[in-house]
Design a protein around this ligand. Structure first.
Ligand SMILES: CC(C)(COP(=O)(O)OP(=O)(O)OC[C@H]1O[C@@H](n2cnc3c(N)ncnc32)[C@H](O)[C@@H]1OP(=O)(O)O)[C@@H](O)C(=O)NCCC(=O)NCCS
Length: 176
């Protein structure tokens, strides 16, 4: 059974391994070895047990809101988000699900939990810089493309394509 719950800082190593593995396979597969390593930033050291590397990983994962999906005691998904962009939209910063758990509804469950958290604080507009791989997921959840595909940096290294998307929650009229 999969449980969606808040991330604990002590889980930084486990979460970093999940992100690094998924990011390499699904988002940086076409990038050469050295460049890929640079684009991973501190995540390239996800399997390091050195204290300073673990601290760097924890800083890279930190966000106003971090949710994880846990299955049989293992973290199989993570969503980071919650900062506000310059247009006042609440940002979904990143989402990763372990490959062997794809297409089981975990990505959807993480996004819905995140949206619920912020809807309860009266947030109605969300944005995401979607990887090209994740566009079908966000479309299925009601996100719309706002521009053409653009390029951004990954940990300071240019060359990562992304699709800007946003979602406006339908307002729910209070029951009289
Ligand atoms: C994108 C990602 C998070 C989706 O997670 P997931 O748990 O597999 O997604 P879900 O099972 O909740 O999918 C919900 C719906 O989204 C759509 N969808 C998800 N992945 C899809 C894919 N690879 N191709 C087509 N549609 C897809 C489908 O409509 C799916 O519903 P269905 O399975 O009933 O057809 C996962 O593939 C992943 O980690 N990718 C690599 C990292 C990445 O690109 N992250 C995005 C960063 S912004």
């Amino acid at each position: 059974m999969v449980t969606i719950r808040k991330y604990r800082k002590s889980e930084a190593g486990q979460v970093a391994l999940l992100i690094a593995d998924s990011y390499m396979k699904f988002n940086l597969a076409d990038v050469g070895h050295d460049r890929r390593r640079a684009m991973l930033g501190p995540l390239a050291l996800a399997d390091s047990t050195r204290r300073e590397d673990q601290d760097a990983l924890a800083r890279a994962i930190a966000a106003p809101s971090v949710w994880v999906a846990e299955c049989d005691g293992e973290i199989v998904g993570v969503l980071r988000g919650g900062r506000t962009d310059r247009r006042g939209r609440t940002v979904l910063s990143s989402l990763f699900v372990a490959e062997q758990h794809h297409r089981q509804g975990i990505g959807r469950a993480l996004v819905e939990r995140f949206e619920q958290e912020y809807a309860a604080r009266d947030v109605t507009v969300f944005s995401v810089a979607a990887t090209l791989y994740a566009v079908p997921l966000y479309l299925s959840l009601g996100y719309k493309k706002t521009t053409n595909v653009r390029m951004t940096r990954s940990f300071g290294v240019p060359g990562l394509p992304y699709q800007p998307m946003k979602k406006v929650l339908e307002s729910v009229e209070p029951v009289a």
